[in-house]
Design a protein around this ligand. Structure first.
Ligand code: GLU
Length: 388
């Protein structure tokens, strides 16, 4: 037996690979601070844990409907309307094992060989791999720190061909924190209006983690005329510190939600019943703690940005959202060869980070600042010592 041609086209996730490596080293007794994975360090809220326990005690341990239970889909619809401003009936919502699975199903359900997918770079590691797994072609749209890592309407127009099927937008974005204001989304929407065959996947998983003043802007709200070809992805992993529960939600046109459900019925079936109970509590329960969590992330961001920029050879812009810094280390790369070697050197000095090349970037690395303040301070101290 050999592996399939589809699998040959993709590499393992480099964010999860680095995290696994850091765990292995820790288990072997090494002192490693992992800033590799994007995972809030806060404890999952008590009312969410209580709901998961209650579901277990109530024997809520059986299959549910594949796209999520009726109550779960209603709670997800509530989230889309209340938190993102996207009014959507439950039948236009699907619940999956993490946002990652929803994205995987959406792209696999719609792409054919030869199709093109536009992805602003730097990108989240899994986007291009999923596109390649589906047999389609990744078309990167380059962005720069000076441009806030955001694509322009002119770049979008130039990237679209008769083969373009999707634009993937992630705002606030992983790994750069790029956050699109409403007027820029409207400008992108004006281009998309001229290309009715292009769908948009708007990954809004980091919407609660936005540090720029003003409300979160999302394409389905700014360009309601395009709503029938936008899939908006969200979840509880990042907002409610529930990464291990594996619950992501997506809202979009009914035909697409049904197509994703068809695939999900054969890949995993329903998302975990216990996790659904926890996610219902997350969406229906109190949301006020999110404000204080965001403020803690903002404080960490500000400290990390100034500490990193004080290290000779490193530079990071201040991210507008999410909890990552994309750090340029170009002046130091001669010493190491490439960004991967630089990351291995940092790992030797006790800090796990992910090379920029994993994200379609170059000459640097990404850190997650979703770690507690003492760990962040020590990690930056180790990075400075390793590069001195
Ligand atoms: N999205 C997170 C990250 O980029 C989680 C890990 C992953 O699935 O890639 O670190």
């Amino acid at each position: 037996m050999t592996i399939s041609a589809a699998l040959e086209r993709i590499a393992p996730s480099r964010t999860t690979a680095m995290t696994d490596r850091a765990l292995e080293l820790r288990e072997a007794g090494r002192d490693i601070i992992s800033l590799s994975v994007g995972e809030p360090d806060f404890a999952t809220p008590d009312h969410v844990i209580a709901a998961a326990k209650a579901a277990l005690d109530a024997g809520d341990t059986k299959y549910t409907a594949v796209p999520g239970s009726a109550r779960m889909r209603a709670a997800a619809a509530l989230h889309f309307e209340r938190d993102l401003g996207i009014p959507v009936p439950p039948r236009q919502v699907i619940v999956s094992a993490g946002g990652k699975q929803a994205i995987f199903h959406a792209l696999l359900a719609t792409l054919n060989p030869g199709d093109e997918v536009l992805i602003p770079a730097p990108w989240w590691v899994s986007y291009p791999e999923i596109v390649r797994f589906a047999g389609a072609t990744v078309v990167p749209i380059g962005t720069t720190p000076a441009g806030g890592y955001r694509i322009t309407a002119a770049q979008l127009e130039a990237g679209i061909t008769p083969r373009t099927r999707w634009l993937l937008l992630n705002s606030p974005g992983n790994p750069t924190g790029a956050t699109y204001p409403a007027d820029e989304l409207k400008a992108l929407g004006a281009v998309l209006a001229r290309h009715p065959e292009v769908m948009v996947l708007s990954d809004d998983i980091y919407a609660p983690l936005r540090y720029t003043p003003g409300a979160h802007a999302t394409l389905a709200v700014e360009c309601p005329d395009l709503a029938d070809r936008i899939l908006t992805v969200s979840g509880v992993s990042k907002s409610h510190a529930m990464t291990g529960f594996r619950i992501g939600v997506a809202a979009g046109p009914e035909w697409l939600i049904q197509a994703m459900g068809r695939l999900q019925s054969h890949s995993s079936g329903n998302p975990s019943s216990i996790s659904q109970a926890a996610a219902i509590a997350a969406f229906e329960g109190p949301q006020d703690f999110l404000v204080s969590w965001r403020e803690r992330f903002r404080t960490r961001r500000d400290r990390v940005v100034s500490a990193i920029n004080a290290i000779p050879g490193l530079y990071t812009p201040t991210p507008d959202g999410a909890f990552y810094c994309m750090i340029d280390a170009a002046p130091l790369l001669d010493r190491f060869g490439d960004d991967e070697a630089l990351c291995l050197h940092l790992l030797e000095h006790g800090v796990a980070v992910v090379a920029a090349s994993a994200f379609g970037g170059q000459d640097g690395f990404r850190i997650s600042f979703a770690a507690d303040e003492a760990k962040l301070e020590e990690a930056v101290r180790r990075i400075a010592a390793a590069l001195a």
